[in-house]
Design a protein around this ligand. Sequence first.
Ligand code: ADP
Length: 398
Amino acid sequence: MNILVINCGSSSLKFQLINAQSEELIAKGLCERIGIEGSQMTYAPKDGDKLQITEPMADHTAAIRLVLNALTDEKSGVVKSLDEIGAVGHRIVHGGENFATSTLITDEVLAAIEACNDLAPLHNPANLIGINACRELMPETPMVAVFDTAFHQTMPEEAYLYGIPYHYYEDYKVRRYGFHGTSHSYVSQQAAKMLGKPYEELKIIVCHLGNGASVSAVKNGKCVDTSMGLTPLEGLIMGTRSGDMDPAIIEFLCNKENKSVHEILNVLNKESGVLGLSEGYSSDFRDLEKGYRAGEAPSIRAMKTFAYRVVKYIGAYAAAMNGVDAICFTAGIGENGPFIRGMICSYLEYLGIAINETENAKRGEETVISTPESRTKVLVIPTNEELAIARETFELVK
Ligand code: ADP
């Protein structure tokens, strides 16, 4: 069965068509600037040339119509008709406490997703638009919602509660939810396979280090803690997000800069992280690494502070699980950044970690970067959220 995986943003839409049995990627692409002038689609069939299609896309329905046309096109298509797409898997950012697993989409499920909109006002409405557009164009095809938050729903109360009046949790569901759950789940399961040990018997820390970054603690196959919170702003220092900080800073900066809370939150989301620490130099670790090697203070400061925060979370989660068997690096920086991995691991001697420099020099490959003697194993595992969504979708519709 072929599964269409859709990841819908406010003005973009990423898609992949995956054969669920062979797990082969059949085609993938991206629609950008939906509803904005200059919309375009990139489409890459597995055995053909990549195409750039510039065509107006007034809304997400128009974008999905273009995607379906491309997939079934006589020349560049990969399937004969839409009948060859057995199901659609949608990535949904926030499932709140309503969804601890992926679920078949019904009218009730749509309403429950909509009820989470104020927890993720930028993402969930866009995700819903994507679902509705697909339902309109493929009314008979089963659809599945796969939530970024679901994997973290196993966290115990002591991990997800904030130290604020309890009624804020009861009244407004203010708690830690966590994100990147599909990635944390996929990578931790893959780690167990690589180690040849039962998933249910391992203590794993996953460091998902991309533009958005989070750490999770997975004990005996269940997530027990994660660094992102009510929103993705909490936790690690990220590309442009601040991560953890004293909440009193917000009022302090509002007063000093004569800005509103909304404006300061915008700074914390978009102008902070390694971009802010490097004085606006870059949020991209390729640039920062160059700057670091050239001895430039802003890059050195940004990378050291980023690495230190990851190190603190690893320590916290090793404590929370009373030990750790494996630490995994994934996502853009985790998969491709030997330098930052080395910086982080240099703090972890106390976990009995020793790094094999030859393995750690690799980029974008699944590999064990710790030495055979290393007490705690360190793995690099390329994440594949689309494949994970296709697997979840297939499980529910087969
Ligand atoms: P997201 O999905 O959150 O947008 P990704 O997981 O794609 O982010 O990660 C993007 C980041 O990965 C880039 O900003 C860059 O910092 C980092 N990255 C990509 N390639 C490399 C590389 N070769 N070396 C170091 N960092 C890299």
